[in-house]
Design a protein around this ligand. Structure first.
Ligand code: ATP
Length: 467
């Protein structure tokens, strides 16, 4: 049996360990690295793209495929700028920033005088301007007054870089769902209550991106607008609260690190009667993971006003016409990846037998099977052709169903550890006995139990296990 997991005592160690594993094993590495990188941009490598795709697939399966009341869209990243006027993003989508008067570095501060913000600006001052930092540090003497900075990322459509061609990369995926509402309604034959889901990239010119993939300027979202009758909002809000909790569990996020933060009236958008932020205890603090908001009919109302199109819904039974209200579950894909890695990373003392007992700690990524980048590793015990040939044949059969890895280098213990580290649920070992009994050994990542399975039964066996 596996030894009990050891808790990683120091939280900042956990962050370093996860980042180092992500880079070392090709989950996530710095973007544009050979050119010195580009301000907190990150690329998902061969294992990262599998993990991220599996997360998105699981979300789509749970919330679109398995529900008759949901459909999906995939809208353009760049939309008519009027969309952002109507949604309020051009006017209000901003964060307060303060600027260092000495070197003009900028900081995002929701409250510039909060202890958290003063710590950050104070640390900047001490590090970069130590000679001037005499006596006690006062933010108001060394930094500009907070000013609002719009987060929309601008570009030009067409060859002329002039005002008329100015457009914006979408700062969220949600608005396209409202803009396309009429066409979705006409073509999908959905009736209220029903929802529309979208997964895709969003861009925000964040003042201070950072903490690895927690806050970046280019990121992915998975968003739903669930259209309802106004009188049903409380019931539907509770339903989606439950659905978000179900998701958090299914994707492998440690529920004990998730806190629901009920946003008070003073901090809520004026059109929202209820908003809950799901916060995760990251090693760098408790911060937002996801959001759930009841937005009333604000968005459809704004788009109706700005576009001049009637976006009302006509109830097929009562013939009553009204603007549907919405519940909006909003999730970041990258923050999911981060929370999953932090939740599933585990270390234990050597557990793979004598030959390996010398090394210090073994890392196991206890990912739910559904999101593991590689489902099965095929490991011939020796590089001799009599074993590699049947092993390759097994690979060719299994990789029709699942992402597999074939590995014939180094000791079997080391190969198991390489697979544990990337969260592969099953390793299939082909040994010399296989030539006689036409069977292989299947090792389970979590229990380390080994079972002898006939090669002709292997596909069925794994299908059941990976369900
Ligand atoms: P924050 O307060 O952290 O800036 P937000 O409240 O602005 O987040 P929303 O506008 O509610 O975020 O966006 C929905 C989700 O998109 C967030 O819960 C988060 O998971 C993700 N998200 C938002 N901004 C970023 C970003 N810059 N990088 C990565 N993910 C992000």
């Amino acid at each position: 049996m596996a030894k009990k997991n050891q808790k990683i005592e120091n939280e900042s160690d956990l962050m370093d360990k996860v980042i180092s594993l992500a880079k070392r094993r090709g989950f996530i590495f710095p973007g544009s690295e050979i050119y010195g990188g580009l301000q907190n941009s990150w690329d998902y490598g061969p294992l990262g793209v599998e993990l991220k795709n599996n997360i998105k697939k699981l979300w789509w399966k749970m919330f679109v495929q398995e529900r008759a009341d949901m459909v999906g869209i995939d809208a353009a990243l760049i939309m008519n700028p009027k969309v952002w006027e109507a949604s309020g993003h051009l006017g209000n989508f901003s964060d307060p920033l303060v600027e260092c008067e000495e070197c003009h570095e900028r900081f995002r501060c929701d409250d510039p005088y909060s202890p958290e913000a003063t710590r950050e600006t104070g640390a900047h001052w001490l590090k970069h301007h130590p000679k001037i930092a005499v006596g006690s540090f006062k933010i108001e003497e060394h930094f500009t007054k907070p000013k609002q900075f719009n987060l929309m990322l601008k570009t030009f459509l067409g060859p002329a870089e002039e005002k008329a061609n100015e457009v914006y990369f979408r700062p969220e995926t949600a608005q396209a769902i409202f803009v396309d509402f009429k066409q979705i309604l006409e073509t999908s034959r959905q009736r209220i209550p029903f929802g529309v889901a979208q997964i895709g990239k969003a861009f925000r010119n964040e003042i201070t991106p950072g903490n690895f993939i927690f806050r970046t300027r280019e990121f992915e979202q998975m968003e739903i607008e669930y259209f309802i009758k106004p009188e049903d909002w409380k019931k539907q809000f509770e339903h989606w609260l439950g659905e978000m909790k179900r998701w958090i569990k299914a994707v492998g996020i440690d529920e004990s690190r998730v806190k629901e933060n009920e946003i008070g009236e003073e901090d809520r958008a004026f059109y929202s009667k209820r908003t809950i932020d799901f916060e995760f205890e990251y090693p760098f603090g408790q911060k937002e993971l996801y959001g759930l908001a009841y937005r009333g009919d604000y968005d459809l109302g704004q788009h109706q006003k700005f576009s001049g199109e009637n976006l009302e819904y006509k109830d097929p039974i009562s013939n009553e016409k009204f603007l549907p209200h919405v519940i909006e579950p909003s999730l970041g894909v990258d923050r999911t990846v981060l929370a999953v890695l932090l939740s599933c990373y585990s270390e234990s003392d050597a557990r793979s037998g004598k030959e390996d007992a010398v090394h210090e700690k073994e890392v196991t990524l206890r990912l739910p099977k559904a999101i593991a980048p590689i489902k099965v590793a095929i490991l011939p015990l020796s590089k001799k052709e009599e074993l590699t040939k049947p092993a390759e044949e097994i690979l060719r059969t299994l990789n029709k169903n699942w992402m597999c890895q074939y590995d014939e280098t180094q000791s079997i213990g080391k190969r198991y550890r390489r697979q544990d580290e990337i969260g592969t649920p099953y390793c299939v070992t082909v040994d010399f006995d296989s030539l006689k009994d036409n069977a292989v050994t299947v090792r389970d990542r979590d229990t380390m139990a080994q079972e002898r399975i006939e090669i002709k039964e292997l596909e069925n066996y794994l299908t059941k296990k990976l369900k």
